[in-house]
Design a protein around this ligand. Structure first.
Ligand code: HEC
Length: 148
């Protein structure tokens, strides 16, 4: 038995032994998705901190909102089939109900684009509502498609 075959047999036997069948088929795609989502989460937390006046960086909102709108356009690419399972919190419903999932992706792009437009316009009377709408778009998808 070659070394490589031996390693493969060992890996397979440990999967069999632990019953760990739900290993993500595409770990790279899963890890990449989680990095992109961390960026989305970081932007959201930064904007919430500014909205709560925990920091006086209102001048950062334009960059943060524009980046969020940009991130929303790449999020649809980060859910390839076979990237669930393992350490992922992505639920199988993502791939079982693609139309419902697509609606959530579209709602996210719409809410992020709206927020970006509000911030760019400088009419901050709409900011709270637009940020809240974006938060609802996150929650709407997480409720149905992300494990706790
Ligand atoms: C269309 C669905 C969808 C939308 C919209 C969405 N998320 Fe997620 N998010 C997910 C899924 C699914 C995961 C789990 C990814 C995984 O573990 O593979 C996730 C994971 C995360 C994570 C954890 C990342 C990690 O390292 O595991 C954060 C933080 C996050 N989302 C924040 C947000 C915020 C903030 C928004 C809105 C501004 C948002 N998400 C919008 C589906 C979505």
């Amino acid at each position: 038995m070659s070394l490589r075959r031996g390693v493969r047999a060992l890996a397979l036997s440990s999967v069999l032994a632990t019953g760990a069948w739900s290993v993500a088929a595409d770990e790279g795609a899963m890890a990449y998705r989680q990095k992109v989502m961390d960026a989305v989460g970081g932007h959201m937390q930064a904007m919430v901190a500014i909205a709560k006046q925990e920091v006086a960086h209102g001048d950062h909102l334009k960059v943060l909102a524009a980046n969020m709108a940009g991130l929303a356009t790449i999020v649809p690419d980060v859910f390839p089939a076979g990237s669930g399972g393992g350490d992922s919190h992505a639920l199988p419903a993502i791939w079982e109900q693609p139309d419902a999932f697509q609606e959530r992706l579209d709602a996210f792009v719409a809410a992020a684009t709206k927020l970006d437009g509000v911030v760019a316009s400088g009419d901050m009377s709409q900011f709270g509502a637009a940020l809240g709408g974006l938060g609802q778009a996150c929650k709407g998808c997480h409720d149905d498609f992300k494990a706790e």
